[in-house]
Design a protein around this ligand. Sequence first.
Ligand SMILES: Cc1cc2nc3c(=O)[nH]c(=O)nc-3n(C[C@H](O)[C@H](O)[C@H](O)COP(=O)(O)OP(=O)(O)OC[C@H]3O[C@@H](n4cnc5c(N)ncnc54)[C@H](O)[C@@H]3O)c2cc1C
Length: 538
Amino acid sequence: MSQINTQDRIVIIGAGHNGLVAAYYLAKAGLAPLVLERREVVGGASVTEEFHPGFRCSTLAHTAGPLLPHVARDMKLERHGLSIINPEVRVFAPSPDGRSLSIYRDAARTARELKNLSAHDAEKYPRFCESFERIGRVLAPLMTATPPSIDRPTVGDLWNLGKVGKSFRGLGKRDAYRLLRWGPMAVADLAAEWFETELLRAVVAARGIFGAFAGPWSAGTTLGLLAQAALTGHPIAPASFVKGGMGALTQALAEAAMGAGAEVRTGVGVERVLVTDGKASGVVLEGGEEIAAHAVVSNADPRRTFLRLLDPTDLDPDFLLKIRNYRSTGTAAKVNLALDALPSFAALKNAGADGAQALAGRIHIGPDIDYLERAFDAAKYGDYSHAPYMDITIPTLNDPSLAPEGKHVMSLYVQFAPYKLKEGDWTSRREEFGDAVVKTLSTYAPNVAELIIQRQTITPLDLERDYGLTGGHPLHGEMSLDQFFTFRPLIGWAQYRTPIKGLYLCGAGTHPGGGVTGAPGANASREIVKDLKASRRP
Ligand SMILES: Cc1cc2nc3c(=O)[nH]c(=O)nc-3n(C[C@H](O)[C@H](O)[C@H](O)COP(=O)(O)OP(=O)(O)OC[C@H]3O[C@@H](n4cnc5c(N)ncnc54)[C@H](O)[C@@H]3O)c2cc1C
C-alpha cells in the first residue's frame, strides 16, 4: 500500500483521454487522483504509435473530437505542446465516376464549388449550415451538463432544463420544429429533404452513422448527427488534426494532469474493484496488489466495469440484467498504411500541390446513400462489408514528421466490420479483410496498392483485446435513442454515479458519449467533487 492519505486518494481506472481529464479536475479540487492504465502508454483510443520503422500514425481515432475548448484552456494544453491543425478543406469525397465534392471550412467557398454539381444544393448548403449552427447553440450546453435525474430531479436539474427550454424558445418556430422532428428521423431522409446530390447526401449521412450499428435508413440516426454537430455547430465533421497524432493530445493531457498533482501509472491493469459494506474501497491489480481509495472512477466502458471488474454479487440482479442488455457490439475497424509516396486519386483533376491540398482534410469513401446502407447490410448479416464506408486521413500532408521524408501514412477508419462474424473469425480473416479495404480504396486511388510498404489491420477483436473496448465498440456502446443523454448508460444512472457508492464512470459510455471531446471526463469530475464536498460537510 502506498503512503497517500486514502481519504483523498481517488483511483481512476484507465488513462483514456476522459480518465486524464477527470484526473486533472480532481487534482485541481485538492484530491489525489491515481490513474492506473493497463497499457504501456496513456491515451486509450487516442494514441500515436510506430507501426513500421519510421512510420507513426494515430493508431485508432485520427481526428480530435474536437476537445471542448474550455477543457483545453483550463488544462493549458498548448503549454504542454498541443498544436491543432485545421486545414481549409474539411472533406474530399470522390466518386467512382470521376466526379468529386470538396467541403471547406468556408461555407461560401463550398457553395461555389457545389454549383458544379447542383445549383439547388449550392443554394441550400449555407442555409443548412446556419440552421445547424443555431440548433447547435441550444444543444451545446446539454453536452457539458449532467443529465437530469428522472426520478428525483434536483433544483439544479430543473434550473438547467429551464435554461435549455428558454434557449429552445429563442430558436424560433422553424428551427424549433426542425429540432423536434429531426432527432428520431433516419439521416437519409434528412439529407434527401435538403439536397439532391447523392455525394453530398452521403457525406451528411455518414456523420449520423459514424461508430453505429446502423445504416442511413435506420430510424434515429439523425440524432447521432445532431449530437456530434452540437459540439461544433456544423453538420459536417471537422478535419481537426493534432500535430504528432492523437497521442500528442493525450500526452499533453497526462502532463497537465500530473502538473496539477495527479499520479499516472502505466502497465498496471486493474483486475477488480474492491467493495466494502456496499462502498467502493479500492482496487486489486492484476498482480494481486491492493490499493485503497476513497472513491474509484472507471474510464473503462460500462460493460467492462460492471461485468468484469465487479463481483456480480455486489450488484442488484435487475441492474445486472440491464447492463447485460446495454448494446456495445462494434462495427468499426482500422487500417493504417505506410506508403512510399502520395497516392493519386482519379477524381482529382489537379495532381501535385493542389491535389495534396485537396487531400489534407478527411477523405470520405461512400458515394451514395445506398452504398452506405449496403455496407451496413453486410454487418447486419454477420459479414464485413466488401465495399465499406471509410473515413480516411493522410496525416503526413499536415505533419511530415510522422514518416521518413517523401513517404506518407494513410489512416483508414473502416465501417462496417462486425465484432461477431457469421463465418470464421477475425484472426483467420484479418488479411482477407485488409485486402478488401485496399481493393475498395483502389477504385478511387488506383495506384495505392503498389505504394504500400506496410499494412496494419486492426479488427474489432483487436479493439477489444488490445485497447480494452468491449465488443470492439469505438464509442463504448451504441449512441442510439435508448442509450442517450438520461439513458446513458442506463436510465436512472446517467449522472456518472453507479449503484455502488463511491464508484463512478467517466468514459465514453456516459453522457455525452464517444468522440475525443473530454466532456464525459469533465462532467464526471464535477459530480464526484460535489459528492465528496457534501460527504465532508460537518
Ligand atoms: C477505430 C476508432 C476510430 C475512432 N475515430 C475517432 C475519430 O477520428 N475522432 C473521434 O473524436 N473519435 C474517434 N473514435 C472514438 C474515440 O476514440 C473514443 O470515443 C474515445 O477515445 C473514448 O475515450 P475514453 O477516454 O472514454 O476511453 P478509451 O480511450 O477507451 O480509454 C479507456 C482506457 O481504459 C483502459 N482500461 C480499460 N480497462 C482497464 C483496466 N482493467 N485496468 C486499467 N486500465 C483499463 C484502456 O486500456 C484505455 O486506455 C474512434 C474510435 C475507434 C476505436
